[in-house]
Structures are given as structure tokens and as C-alpha cells.
Design a protein around this ligand. Structure first.
Ligand SMILES: Nc1ncnc2c1ncn2[C@@H]1O[C@H](COP(=O)(O)OP(=O)(O)OP(=O)(O)O)[C@@H](O)[C@H]1O
Length: 255
């Protein structure tokens, strides 16, 4: 479904742009249809930069991005338009994900109207259908973000991402701001919609246990590089790289 080869991104800043941060260094992997790939690594290792490169919110310095075998690396904004709908990101902060001045109805139908995919009545119908899919009722439609819980907001955010029938979803710590029981419900919703629509997920998290539980494969990132990528079970049972061993050991100590 989506494949990256040799992706690199360096940020420069400061006096004469002399400060350089190699945020992503020569990263390659692929995610199949219906697969969830876990991306694990400490804060600042380059996870968000990598995901932004993949959906082309940031230009890569080097490397290639393929979406269903189409090389989209050098696509222009216009060429990206139809693909934008197919690649969505769900961020970790439910509170800032929705416009506080919009009701759930407005938030849900907006993408459909903006992309001129359907008229208002049909969009409203689709919004109710999607709310049902994520386990919420149509009573949500008239509420504003401050009138619903964090877990409910995250479900609306998922429903909103689904309005455009994406094929690839980046889940950037989607449950880290939620308490454990709500986290489990949101993960269940994500797994359910994935199996229904066969989407590919890139699941970004610090939580090795959660990643091992929900992802068939994982990649471990350290200082911009992928130091290990394998089946989650193999990573947990036979970590190869010293950094991965350290992570698995820390996870074992916490239990
Ligand atoms: N726009 C930017 N300009 C300069 N440096 C940046 C920029 N964006 C990210 N960086 C740097 O690139 C590195 C990787 O950042 P990134 O946000 O991708 O890490 P992360 O793994 O997602 O961290 P976290 O888990 O805390 O979100 C960091 O050193 C960060 O400071």
C-alpha cells in the first residue's frame, strides 16, 4: 500500500542556518493493505517528521515515497489533491483536533462539503452513519467539543478522518492522552474500522506494550534511524540492536 525508500530530512536553524538536526536518516519500510506497522522511539527521534514526510506535509531531502506503486515523491500540490483524501493523520491531542466553535455535525460534514463529494443532506446522513460506526449516537451532532469527553472526541476525530475514505492512516499517539479504559475502547474502534475498510495504519507510540499488542510488525527508531524492524513478537522476544534491548528491558522492568 505505502512504501518509503531511503527517506532523509535535515532541519537547519540558527545563525547562518548552521544548526543541523538530521531528523530522519535513510529510512525504508512498507505497510501492506490492512496492516498496522508500529513505530516506536523516544521523544525527538524523528517519528512525527517521518510521518509528515510520508503524507507529504513536509518535503523530503532524499528518498522516495510510493503509494500503491505510484511514485508520489515529486507530486505537485495539484497532483496530491486526490491523494490527500486517502492519507489522514490522527494526532494525540483530542482537545485541539476539532474546532471549538464548530458542532460535531459541522466538523463531520465539513470535509465532505469542502471536497465537494456530496450535498449537505447526504453528508449529514454519512455523518450519522460514521458516528454509529465509532459507537456514538446522533445526539452528538449538536454538541461542541467542550460538551463531550476526550474519548468521545477522539472517536469523532476518527469518524471525521473516515469521511474521506482514506486508505492510509497515521495514528500519532492517538490514545496517549486518554485513560486506560477509554484507550482500549478507542483502539477497538480503530481495529474494527481497519478490518472493515482494509486501511494501512502507521501507529506511532512510546508504549512498547501497546504497540506489541496491536501491531503485526514494528520498527524501532533511534536518533533518526531505524535500528530494528521485524515482527512484533520477534522484537519483544529476541531484540537485536542494543537500543531495542534497552527498550525491551525497561518494559520488562516496569511489569
Ligand atoms: N520544523 C523543525 N525545525 C527544526 N527542527 C525540527 C523541526 N521539526 C522537528 N525538528 C527536530 O527534529 C527532531 C525530530 O523531531 P520529531 O518531532 O520528528 O520527533 P518525535 O520522535 O516525533 O518526538 P515526540 O515523540 O516528542 O513527538 C527533533 O530534534 C526536533 O527538535
Amino acid at each position: 500500500m505505502i512504501r518509503v525508500e531511503g527517506l532523509c530530512k535535515t532541519f537547519t536553524s540558527g545563525w547562518l542556518r548552521r544548526r543541523r538536526v538530521e531528523a530522519v536518516k535513510d529510512v525504508s519500510f512498507s505497510i501492506a493493505k490492512g496492516e498496522t506497522l508500529g513505530l516506536v522511539g523516544e521523544s525527538g527521534c524523528g517519528k512525527s517528521t517521518l510521518s509528515r514526510l510520508m503524507v507529504k506535509l513536509l518535503p523530503a531531502d532524499q528518498g522516495r515515497i510510493y503509494m500503491e506503486d505510484q511514485d508520489i515523491t515529486n507530486y505537485t500540490m495539484t497532483q496530491m489533491l486526490p491523494l490527500r483524501r486517502q492519507m489522514q493523520i490522527i494526532f494525540q491531542h483530542p482537545d485541539s483536533a476539532l474546532n471549538p466553535r464548530q458542532t460535531m455535525q459541522q466538523s463531520l460534514i465539513e470535509p465532505l462539503l469542502l471536497h465537494r463529494l456530496m450535498g449537505k443532506d447526504e453528508a449529514l446522513h454519512k455523518a450519522v452513519e460514521l458516528l454509529e460506526l465509532v459507537g456514538l449516537g446522533s445526539d452528538m451532532l449538536i454538541r461542541y467539543p467542550h460538551q463531550i469527553s476526550g474519548g468521545q472526541i477522539q472517536r469523532v476525530v476518527i469518524a471525521r478522518a473516515l469521511t474521506l475514505n482514506p486508505r492510509f492512516l497515521v495514528l500519532d499517539e492517538p490514545t496517549s492522552m486518554l485513560d486506560v479504559s477509554v484507550q482500549a475502547q478507542v483502539m477497538e474502534v480503530l481495529q474494527q474500522v481497519q478490518s472493515q475498510f482494509e486501511m494501512a495504519y502507521l501507529f506511532i507510540s512510546h508504549d512498547l506494550e501497546l504497540v506489541a499488542h496491536v501491531c503485526q510488525h514494528m520498527v524501532i527508531m533511534h536518533q533518526g534511524e531505524i535500528v530494528e524492524q521485524a515482527c512484533s513478537k520477534v522484537v519483544m522476544e529476541q531484540p537485536q540492536h542494543p537500543y531495542t534491548r534497552q527498550l525491551v528491558q525497561a518494559f520488562g522492568d516496569m511489569r
